[in-house]
Design a protein. Structure first.
Length: 212
């Protein structure tokens, strides 16, 4: 990379699918030379609700070691990649609540001019993947951020078919595991975001009068 970059991968996952995608996205950014923070957002559901679902409770216990995201992580990052399962075609409330904590950074203009991207999962094919990512990007527009989607810029995107961001269909009972196509798409998205972020950061350093 021509410029060292910091990438925060911030996600919510109830049963593990988005977590696995986040790991792939983070690994892709790391292969491009970025310093990566893999971070989960806080669970809002009551403990008894989580405990009532074995997959939910199992995943919560297995990922308890993953650090919780804070606004400071967003401030630190040159690029942020958000992940959320679909909730009625929209972002999960847990990730939305985290976005709502960024008001202090936003009002000071500290969310602007960063790179942002997103990834998601649904139970059904066409179950709101695109609308969830577009809803996520609405917040980025308010930030004054720069959206970098994967687009159809690599052969893997013609396999996973979603230019808005990496996505995976898990099935009604979550019985479709994250496959090689989704992992490859996540790796590519992380690498692309890190590469574009590095190019942007290097370009800013080369501007007349810029302070490195």
């Amino acid at each position: 990379m021509s410029a060292d970059v910091n990438i925060a991968v911030i996600y919510y996952s109830s049963t593990g699918t988005v977590h696995q995608l986040a790991e792939a996205v983070g690994a892709g950014a790391a292969t491009a030379g970025a310093t990566v923070r893999l971070l989960r957002v806080a669970e809002l559901a009551p403990d008894e609700a989580v405990a009532s679902s074995r997959p939910w409770a199992t995943h919560a216990a297995a990922t308890a070691h993953v650090p919780l995201a804070t606004p400071d992580d967003v401030h630190w990052a040159d690029g942020v990649i958000f992940g959320s399962p679909t909730r009625f075609g929209n972002v999960a409330s847990q990730l939305k609540q985290f976005l709502d904590t960024l008001g202090g950074l936003w009002v000071r203009g500290m969310l602007a001019d960063k790179i942002y991207s997103g990834f998601t999962s649904t139970s059904q094919l066409h179950g709101g993947q695109e609308s969830t990512l577009l809803a996520l990007y609405n917040s980025v527009y308010h930030f004054g951020g720069i959206v970098v989607p994967p687009g159809f810029t690599d052969a893997v995107k013609f396999d996973d078919g979603n230019p808005y961001g990496t996505s995976h269909v898990v099935g009604n009972q979550g019985d479709i595991p994250v496959d090689a196509t989704a992992r490859a798409a996540g790796l590519y998205q992380g690498r692309r975001v890190a590469t574009v972020t590095a190019q942007l950061k290097a370009g800013r350093r080369n501007l007349p009068g810029a302070i490195a």
